[in-house]
Ligand binder design. Structure first.
Ligand SMILES: [Zn+2]
Length: 304
């Protein structure tokens, strides 16, 4: 959405203010004379909003441009000092904004988003690490036993602990930690030790008690395969390969997977998880039978 309202300008001329409401962003294009410089101040930039303001500002400026113009782009966060002014001269960018002109705006936006995202990831990993049990698991129902002070709410289904541990472990691996490197190396090491401890002789992670144990197995395998891939440590090769072998052994001949081991039943979500596991396993250099991918495609074809 956009709208224009007159407001004061340094030179006393009517300013054209462009408001991009959906981006939470305001910018003013201030004509100081018919063909003089224009001021564009961009407030509280988000990446998406920066794109929008670029389009909006260009739309409000005269076409064709009248003489030499200068657009000053200056990001102004709601809190904190404004970013450095960037002056862009010339009118060749119209009618559509030249990406190079607005690149500095987008860069500021990206940097700001990156900082916000990094802070959020840091906080999330710290929370996860503080709720890991001593044996390395994230207990779906009992994680609040680890709380210091007020107890966190939201207990889950206890049978999903192996899968939950796999997911939490994936978060740390995704942030670049391995059992040897990174701030959370010890967290990763303990989680991997837990997973290898609950792996049975056929390679399955966790007991086959829940109807959905294959979800647990898929997530735990994804984590183990990635731990092996990232660290290239022989410590985890056997566990990862044996987990992948269990995935392959469970598949219904010529088709996909569901909740059992070759039980003749197929399911799209389970098949998708298993294909993801096998694709990651192949990237990790583990032994994967291409026939599994063909079978999964047979199932997807059937369902579409
Ligand atoms: Zn807590």
């Amino acid at each position: 959405m956009s709208g224009s309202t007159p407001s004061r300008s340094a030179a006393g001329a009517a300013a054209l203010c462009v408001t991009v409401l959906c981006g939470g962003l305001t910018g003013c294009a201030t004509p100081r004379s018919d063909d003089g410089p224009r001021d564009v101040r961009v407030v509280d930039i988000s990446d998406e909003a920066a794109e929008k303001i670029a389009e909006r500002v260009a739309a409000y400026l005269p076409k064709p441009p009248t003489g030499a113009q200068t657009v000053i782009i200056q990001g102004t966060p709601r809190a904190g000092p404004p970013s450095p002014r960037r002056e862009i001269a010339g009118g060749a960018r119209y009618p559509s904004p030249d990406p190079a002109v607005f690149k500095p705006v987008r860069k500021v936006a990206r940097d700001r988003l990156r900082t916000a995202a990094a802070k959020s990831v840091d906080a999330a990993l710290a929370w996860l690490a503080s709720h890991q049990a001593d044996d390395g698991a994230w207990y779906a129902a009992a994680f609040s036993e680890q709380c210091e002070g007020a107890k966190c709410s939201g207990p889950g289904e206890p049978t999903y602990t192996p899968g939950l541990t796999g997911m939490a472990l994936l978060a740390f691996l995704g942030d670049g930690n391995t059992h040897r490197t990174g701030e959370y190396a010890e967290t990763v090491r303990r989680a991997l030790r837990y997973l290898t401890r609950i792996q049975d002789a056929e390679g399955c992670f966790g007991p086959r008690v829940s109807q959905h144990f294959q979800y647990n197995h898929a997530l735990a395998t994804l984590a183990m395969v990635n731990a092996y891939r990232l660290s290239e440590s022989p410590l985890y090769e056997e566990s990862a390969q044996s987990a992948v072998d269990f995935v392959q052994m469970s598949r219904n001949p010529y088709v996909g997977w569901r909740y059992g081991v070759r039980d003749g039943d197929n399911d799209t979500s389970m098949t998708a998880w298993m294909v993801m596991v096998l694709a990651e396993a192949r990237k990790a250099g583990l032994t994967v039978d291409d026939e599994a991918f063909r079978g999964a495609l047979v199932w997807v074809d059937k369902m579409t």
